[in-house]
Design a protein around this ligand. Structure first.
Ligand code: URP
Ligand code: ZN
Ligand code: ZN
Length: 465
């Protein structure tokens, strides 16, 4: 490891154990102009500002590849906007969020992107990238896809469910999107649930008066996830177009994805902390309706299968699907599963949970943690020229983690708008000392130091032809 140019730095982080996707090593990190400029065992130079990270782990600032800040769901809006959600992200060691456009009826993909950029611009404390939702009249807007990819937006999200919300694409439309996106070097993402299975089960339960939260899980069985993955993966194999399955939740879904991959389907898998750490018993709690999220929480054997897949390296990315609602919003559905706004908070707890229940409990290594929260999402979504690891030339997005000081998760310590926490009372094996975004200290010991939100929209690099 070496220094870039003559040594004089804006900031040096000294004495930390630096965790990259390849190794963990005692190094000093020299930062200049918002980028990592040197990585050496002992930097002789001085800097305008120095941080002693002795006894701490220094990680790259992490990426949450799946957030929904302020989107319409049922009769309300997810509670965090880019301002409050990004503040929560910063307190959780996330320095880049990847959110989604919202395509209104009749609106073009380009117009939806413009609107979303406008909504995020100047509001976010962390950097932002966007996936492009394709939910309305895909055929009409396919021609915009190559230009969007050239502009730096190369991931396109589809849904095989949510017909009632007007978001579902048919499998014929899905094939067209896949072909068009992959021709220009992009990737298609899929919320995979077979809508026929979901509709049939939902109707069966509602028509017999079963409206308690557990019937959310019964209405959207693992089989629905597996069937949709099978169909999508077949189309992806036939077209040799890469496919990214978002929020994989079940053993059956996992088996379908791995089977497809073994037959040559270019497929990426994302799961979320809620599917690793929570299960459908949550729906039996007195506040069971708070836990309504889609896909639903599953059974303990599903959690076990997902942990196993994460350990084996079969899961590429852990994102959160951050889509919080306040207790009051969750009550708006009268505790009936089909009326309750679906989604959970997660952006602030992603890294602490994965560190504690993954690394600290010896399920995954520090390097695997950096891969699923850093290098993999950065590579898949074309951000690896800036983000995802600690390397000379990359953005100086760092977090400094003290592994010796235990913390307890609680909504009263959260920084987003959700006034409850799905992981209330769970222990965390460490505490966040610093979050640094492009060389500027954003959070220090529980205090936000930035006066104004300085997060930028980060475009992807153009795909290699
Ligand atoms: O229930 C959830 N997860 N709400 C957010 C939208 C989605 O399906 O990802
Ligand atoms: Zn989804
Ligand atoms: Zn989502």
């Amino acid at each position: 490891m070496a220094a870039e140019g003559n040594a004089s730095f804006d900031l040096i982080v000294r004495n930390g154990r630096v965790v990259t996707s390849r190794e963990t090593r005692r190094l000093d990190v020299g930062i200049r102009g918002g980028r990592i400029a040197a990585l050496e065992p002992s930097l002789p130079a001085k800097a305008a500002q120095e941080i002693d990270a002795g006894g701490c782990l220094v990680f790259p600032g992490f990426i949450d590849a799946h957030t929904h800040m302020g989107i319409p769901i049922k009769t309300t809006w997810s509670a965090d906007d880019f301002n409050t959600g990004s503040r929560a992200a910063a307190f959780g060691g996330i320095t880049t969020i990847i959110d989604f456009t919202v395509q209104a009826k009749g609106q073009s993909l380009q117009q939806a992107l413009k609107e979303r950029i406008h909504r995020a611009g100047g509001k976010s404390f962390v950097d932002v990238h966007l996936h492009v939702n394709v939910t309305d009249q895909p055929e009409r807007w396919l021609h915009q896809i190559p230009s969007l990819i050239q502009q730096g937006f190369r991931s396109f999200k589809t849904f095989s469910t949510y017909k009632e919300a007007g978001m579902m694409v048919t499998w014929t439309q899905f094939r067209l999107i896949l072909e068009t996106v992959s021709r220009s070097g992009g990737v298609v993402m899929l919320h995979a649930e077979d809508d026929e299975i979901v509709e049939r089960n939902t109707h069966r339960h509602l028509s017999t008066g079963r409206r308690e939260p557990i019937y959310h899980a019964r209405s959207r069985p693992a089989e629905a996830e597996a069937r949709a993955i099978e169909t999508a993966a077949r189309i992806s194999r036939e077209t040799q177009a890469p496919l990214y399955i978002v929020h994989l939740s079940s053993r059956q879904g996992l088996e379908a994805a791995l089977e497809a991959r073994s037959r040559g389907t270019p497929l990426y898998i994302e799961t979320c902390p809620q599917y690793l750490l929570l299960n459908e018993q949550c729906y039996r709690k007195t506040n069971g309706h708070y836990y309504i999220t889609t896909p639903p929480l599953r059974r303990p054997e599903d959690q076990e299968a997902l942990w196993q897949a994460l350990c084996n390296g079969d899961i590429d990315v852990v994102g959160t699907d951050h889509c919080p609602f306040t207790r009051q919003q969750k009550e708006q559905g009268n505790r009936q599963f089909h009326q309750t706004p679906n989604g959970l908070p997660g952006v602030e707890t992603l890294f602490p949970l994965l560190y504690t229940y993954g690394v600290h409990q010896n399920r995954i290594t520090l390097q695997q943690l950096v891969q699923v929260l850093g290098t993999h999402p950065a590579r898949i979504f074309g951000l690896n020229h800036r983000k995802g690891d600690i390397q000379i030339g990359l953005d100086a997005d760092l977090i400094i983690w003290n592994p010796d000081q235990e913390t307890i998760l609680s909504s009263s310590h959260g920084h987003g708008r959700a006034d409850w926490c799905p992981y209330e009372g769970m222990k965390i094996a460490g505490t966040l000392e610093y979050t640094i975004l492009r060389g500027t200290i954003l959070v220090h010991k529980g205090r936000l130091l930035a006066d104004t939100p300085a997060g930028e929209i980060i475009p992807a690099a153009p795909p290699r032809s």
